[in-house]
Design a protein around this ligand. Sequence first.
Ligand code: NDP
Length: 301
Amino acid sequence: MTARVIDGKQTAADVIETVKAATADLVSGKATVPGIAVVIVGEDPASQVYVRSKGRKAEECGFHSETYTLPDDTSEADLLAKVEELNADSRIHGILVQLPLPGHIDEGKVIQTIAPEKDVDGFHFLNVGKLGTGETADAFIPCTPAGSMVLIRRALETDDFSGLNAVVVGRSNIVGKPMANLLLAANATVTVSHSRTKDLPGLCRTADILIAAVGRPEMIKGDWVKPGACVIDVGINRIDAPEKGEGKTRLVGDVDYAGAAEFAGSITPVPGGVGPMTIAMLMANTLASACRAAGVEPPKY
Ligand code: NDP
């Protein structure tokens, strides 16, 4: 079997088109202009790149977008004051504090200070709790698992995973656990695995839906994949690529793509799979926040 490639880039572009259209409706109806604020502390080059691309995408969607670049030595109190100021700003519907923060700032405290109704990353305890209890109508779902769900629904052409076994490899708060909750809510039978799991290859072979969120390059091999499975590779790992020239690198996922593609029914590539969906769902969450503030039903994806 040769797997169908799940095109995250195209799906993300579809999501962005929907966000743009709904934004245009909100703006033309004079309901509101969706607004996002991104706060970054320090000069970490990778974080700067992420923040710039979020700002560009927000502008492409027609959002009001603000970026605050605070110096590396910003105190925790000053950062919390900035978050409080954005909480109170009615032009801002989504607040995103770029992680990681410098060591002298308590990340948890910052995240819990963001107003839950503006927490478009979905990391506030209230949003985590709503996802865990199925109260998702007005919750924010973390962007990477939310985007992965869109890809799975489209690949399997159903919202209902009744009778399907899902195995999530990884139990982080930002990917593994919310992913498991979303799959459970869609009626999959879910197993969450991690570094202490026994016989991971055997467990993976039971998965109709296999999610890899480990952070280990190409760890999941082709013969771990059940024939016909839907494989979602969340991992983004940069490895040396001497074949491209001295000092060159390339991105790979947590799944051995070539091996897995021989067994899977459908599979996400890296890059071009889950990655583009994460930023698209950030825009979707910000739009949803603006829609809720305006009393309008947000689009579904
Ligand atoms: P974390 O490091 O927070 O979690 C990794 C998880 O993998 C842990 O639960 C860990 O288990 C588990 N694990 C580690 N080694 C093994 C092993 N040998 N066997 C089984 N499980 C193992 O990572 P994240 O969840 O934050 O990210 C995972 C990957 O996804 C990374 O490559 C990251 O770059 C990528 N990512 C991609 C995003 C995107 O937009 N596409 C967004 C976010 C992340 P234990 O808990 O026991 O330590």
